[in-house]
Ligand binder design. Structure first.
Ligand SMILES: CC(C)NC(=O)[C@H](Cc1c[nH]c2ccccc12)NC(=O)[C@H](CCCC/N=C(/NCCC(=O)O)S[C@H]1O[C@H](COP(=O)(O)OP(=O)(O)OC[C@H]2O[C@@H](n3cnc4c(N)ncnc43)[C@H](O)[C@@H]2O)[C@@H](O)[C@H]1O)NC(=O)OCc1ccccc1
Length: 224
């Protein structure tokens, strides 16, 4: 059985990580263009670092929830038969026990050097422009994929979608591409498709089956 699971901000909502589009979502405070684009970084690296440094620091105060731990059990059961792809840049899947998590939009706890291209695990701030541990240049940026940038590992994802028997989407509004196009891609290769989300998403009509409710209830019920 080959399964691809895609997760979004909704799977971390019950852990206390704000989602993007919900009323008190992150974007409310900041216009997307102002914080999550290469142009914004060029214009004001300090402002962008403030945004990501705050989100990185907030990770210390949250913990995985039953949806994360259920997907770790699914990984144990399916082994290589599961590809877990997340749009989230938090580390709650790993802290929930998943060992193979494909962060297509990057990770908060990683820094990317614009000088040498090296990646470094990072837990503190980047706003004080620390030197890159490998090349010493003070050009470390958040290792996240901004709007207009190409997501990480699209080839591996597309290969897995093409071979999938089942595609499951958890806690995502289906508003951001290319992730929002995965359901059609997988269905095009014959996969069954299932949406687990609090409310109908922008792409609900594209799924064979939709179950609406909290991920903390729906995912364990589906996995176990
Ligand atoms: C706004 C949108 C229209 N714009 C885009 O999609 C753009 C442009 C674009 C490209 N193709 C298009 C086609 C059409 C239109 C536009 C485009 N896309 C890009 O720029 C992408 C790059 C996009 C990545 C940007 N970076 C992020 N994040 C990292 C940074 C950061 O985090 O700061 S995106 C970011 O926003 C998205 C937020 O969506 P969700 O995670 O779904 O969160 P949201 O709040 O919206 O929804 C939460 C859902 O959960 C539900 N929920 C809430 N609580 C619970 C609960 N308790 N249980 C269950 N569900 C729950 C809610 O009801 C809700 O439905 C995530 O992807 C997240 O990672 N790059 C690219 O296309 O490059 C070229 C390319 C592509 C392919 C191949 C080659 C080249």
């Amino acid at each position: 059985m080959k399964v691809v699971v895609l997760t979004g901000a909704g799977i971390s909502a019950e852990s206390g990580v704000p989602t993007f589009r919900d009323a008190d979502g992150l974007w409310e405070g900041h216009r997307v263009e102002d914080v999550a684009t290469p142009e914004a970084y060029e214009a004001s690296p300090a402002a962008v670092h403030r945004f990501y440094d705050a989100r990185r620091a907030a990770l210390d105060a949250v913990a995985p929830n039953p949806a994360h731990t259920a997907l770790a059990r699914l990984e144990a059961a399916l082994g290589d038969g599961l590809l877990l792809v997340t749009q989230n840049i938090d580390d709650l899947h790993e802290r929930g026990g998943s060992t193979r998590v494909h962060h297509m939009h990057g990770e908060l706890r990683s820094a990317l050097c614009r000088g040498c291209g090296g990646r470094t695990p990072w837990t503190g701030d980047l706003g004080d422009f620390p030197p890159c541990p490998s090349c010493g240049v003070t050009e470390l940026r958040p290792d996240v994929v901004w709007f207009g940038e190409i997501p990480y590992g699209m080839d591996e994802i597309q290969d897995a979608l093409a071979e999938a028997d089942l595609f499951v989407s958890v806690g995502t509004s289906g508003a951001v591409y290319p992730a929002a196009g995965f359901v059609q891609y997988a269905a095009g290769y014959g996969a069954r498709t299932l949406e687990l989300n609090l409310v109908p998403s922008d792409g609900s009509h594209l799924f064979d089956e939709c179950r609406h409710g909290r991920a903390g209830d729906l995912v364990p019920a589906w996995v176990d």
